[in-house]
Design a protein around this ligand. Structure first.
Ligand SMILES: *[C@@H]1O[C@H](CO)[C@@H](O)[C@H](O)[C@H]1NC(C)=O
Length: 209
């Protein structure tokens, strides 16, 4: 009787051990599985593959150009087809007029934003693409109407990079900025009503392959 109970006890003990080994192994395996899943996800979602896969949703093909100097490695910089390339960005002149906020949303849908002008060279490049009879929204607004102009990508609004037409901006109610050609002043910025419809310019970072 005693002998039998001991044997039973041993058997239970072994079963327990086997179960714990099994449970621990399962835990280890699932941890491995989850970790490898996370690592793969991270790896797959790394730039530039992530940007590329995002872009494919909106842009069926890219135009790429070889960039880089003797010093650095050659790279392929790409813009979606029909977008203009300048510096490290791509630009699209939108040929439909819309409100400022809708124009921005249209840019965002394409993985871009309304244009942010950082240098005179950039402005000079952009105006070459524009039609002198049209007004184009910029990614610049004064949401409170208190003269605190803000770029849409949070670039600080620099004292040096401002190309307002003379006497502009002139109205606190005009809380969005546009670029427009006025004779004989040529191209410059003007504050306009955000809920008027204008053309617009989208900008996105180039994709480096
Ligand atoms: C420029 O814009 C005007 C007004 O929208 C339009 O009539 C004209 O066809 C445009 N010119 C070009 C070259 O697109």
């Amino acid at each position: 009787m005693v002998q039998e109970r001991q044997t039973q006890g041993k058997a239970v003990c072994w079963t327990l051990r086997l179960w714990s080994v099994a449970v621990v192994s399962m835990l280890l395996l699932s941890t491995c599985f989850i970790v490898s899943g996370i690592v793969t996800y991270k790896f797959m979602m790394d730039k530039p593959s992530r940007r590329l896969s995002e872009l494919h949703t909106y842009h069926s093909s890219l135009t790429c150009f070889s960039e880089g100097t003797m010093m650095s490695e050659k790279m392929w910089a790409s813009c979606p087809n029909h977008w203009k390339s300048f510096g490290s960005s791509c630009y699209l002149i939108c040929t439909k007029e819309n409100f400022w906020i809708i124009s921005e949303q249209n840019c965002v849908q394409m993985g871009a934003h309304l244009v942010v002008i950082n240098t005179e060279a950039e402005q000079n490049f952009i105006i070459q693409q524009l039609n002198e009879s049209r007004t184009y929204f910029l990614g610049l607004s004064d949401p409170q109407g208190n003269g605190k102009w803000q770029w849409i990508d949070n670039t600080p609004f620099s004292q040096n990079i401002r190309f307002w037409h003379p006497q502009e901006p002139n109205l606190p109610e005009e809380q969005c900025a546009s670029i427009v050609y006025w004779n004989p002043l040529k191209w410059g910025w003007n504050d306009v009503f955000c809920d008027n419809k204008h053309y617009s310019i989208c900008q996105m970072k180039k994709i480096y392959l």
